[in-house]
Design a protein around this ligand. Structure first.
Ligand code: KG4
Ligand code: ZN
Length: 415
């Protein structure tokens, strides 16, 4: 039977159980995401044991929903792709075990995908979709168009990718060679990820989990210049010492050879926010809402509730925090792009959903004459369409996973 080039993607690295069907890495037939936010919100962060349990519950219905939405059956699928790391070990194992069993039962090849590569492919997938939409291609001619190198311009250009999420703040140079992509690590955080800082700051201000969307929407009501947060340059000494970064994810990624100008650190600003909150008496008011487990009112549920609960100094603090974080991400990303001569920047991961980040990066890119692309909101946060899209070049290259594939919580991307 004629192959349609359908990949079933499965993602379970953190707190989202996701499955998607993507055709030839270029057309999303379905993308289903079961979020565990409601489960973890009351604890103010992801609880790994609960995440595994929720993945176990959700994996079968989520895959079924993805098949149904795409109007396909297992018999139509050409390969199963699954996130093998980085992420929470128990959470990853649920997706991997399911994908392995399914691939074995259906006699399909299994493809292991790095979660970070998946985030990068979220942008590439949507760029391809946009291109095919604007060129008015019909589904059937998509394959021919690819063969004709219709997407050559897109696919041939190296890009600087900023993966910025709850677990990562990594800069990669992504280069396509003969249809497959390779990645060079250019910069990374030495401690907290940017999204982690958003979540921690929101938590200490008594806002809900995840914190990014709250800070995003409340920051518009504060003065971004009220609190002058500063990011100091990462010390060359630390960089030369090649100390291991303290992040939980991708611990093995080397930093000794990285330019310190492209290294991030977000634990300092979190502490600075905490100090400011204590110094200005904003803490008591905020913490009264945090321990929802103790039957206190809990964080606000709507923006209006949050606005009513946050005094102006808190809103100013929120706006200043976001202004500083986005400024630091911009400074280092554009400096890296300039130093590498990259004319194309991709920004992806949960924090890429941030409105101020998108506006400021877009404006600065236009000023510098470089291009910048973000995934849509749905593909910014964790999903499985990005995993299926990243798997497509591997499928074409016959790069399949061994039957003893296991979870690698610290899996690094590239060299
Ligand atoms: O990519 P993602 O869903 O999961 C990880 O791989 O971590 O990213 C989740 C992170 C959380 O830290 C969340 O607070 C942050 O992305 N986030 C945002 C926004 N939406 C989600 N941060 C800033 N602004 C947003 N609008
Ligand atoms: Zn992610």
């Amino acid at each position: 039977m004629h192959s349609r080039g359908l990949i079933l993607g499965i993602e379970s690295s953190c707190d989202e159980t996701a499955a998607a069907i993507v055709e030839r890495g270029a057309r999303t037939l379905s993308s289903v995401v079961a979020s565990q936010i409601a489960t973890h919100a009351r604890y103010g962060g992801v609880v790994p044991e609960l995440a595994s349990r929720e993945h176990l519950r959700a994996i079968v219905p989520v895959v079924r929903a993805a098949l149904a939405e795409a109007q396909v059956t297992f018999a139509d699928i050409d390969s199963v792709a699954v996130t093998s790391g980085p992420g929470l070990a128990g959470a990853l194992l649920v997706g991997i075990t399911y994908a392995k069993a399914l691939a074995f039962a259906q006699g399909l090849p299994l493809i292991a995908v790095n979660h970070l590569e998946g985030h990068i492919h979220a942008v590439l997938l949507e760029e391809r979709q946009k291109q095919s939409a604007t060129s008015g291609l019909e589904q059937q001619s998509l394959h021919r168009a690819q063969d004709n190198n219709r997407f050559a311009k897109l696919e041939d250009e190296p890009a600087l990718a900023l993966v910025v999420s709850g677990g990562h703040t990594h800069l990669y140079l992504a280069r396509p060679t003969d249809g497959t992509w390779n990645y060079t690590l250019i910069g990374r955080t030495l401690d907290d990820a940017a999204g982690e800082a958003y979540d921690k700051v929101a938590k200490l201000l008594g806002l809900g989990y995840p914190g990014g969307p709250w800070i995003d929407s409340l920051s518009r009501f504060g003065n971004p210049h009220a609190v002058p947060f500063a990011f100091s340059q990462i010390k060359t000494k630390l960089h030369l010492a090649g100390k291991a970064p303290r992040t939980k994810a991708a611990k093995t990624a080397p930093i000794a050879n990285l330019d310190p100008h492209f290294l991030f650190s977000f634990s300092g600003i979190k502490t600075a926010v905490l100090r400011y909150v204590e110094l200005h008496g904003l803490r008591e008011e905020a913490t009264s809402r945090v321990p929802q487990m103790l039957a206190l009112p809990g964080p606000p549920k709507t923006k209006e509730e949050a606005l009513a609960l946050c005094p102006q100094p808190t809103l100013d603090l929120i706006a200043s925090f976001q202004n500083a974080v986005v400024g630091d991400l911009m400074k280092k990303t554009f400096a890296a792009a300039e130093s590498l001569g990259a004319a194309r920047i991709l920004i992806t991961g949960g924090v890429a959903a941030n409105r101020e980040l998108r506006t400021r990066f877009t404006a600065e890119a236009a000023r510098r004459g470089v291009s910048v692309a973000f995934p849509t909101h749905a593909l910014s946060t964790d999903n499985a369409a990005m995993i299926a899209a990243a798997a497509w070049p591997r499928f074409l290259a016959g790069e399949f996973a061994a039957s003893d594939l296991s979870a690698d919580p610290s899996l690094a991307l590239g060299t």
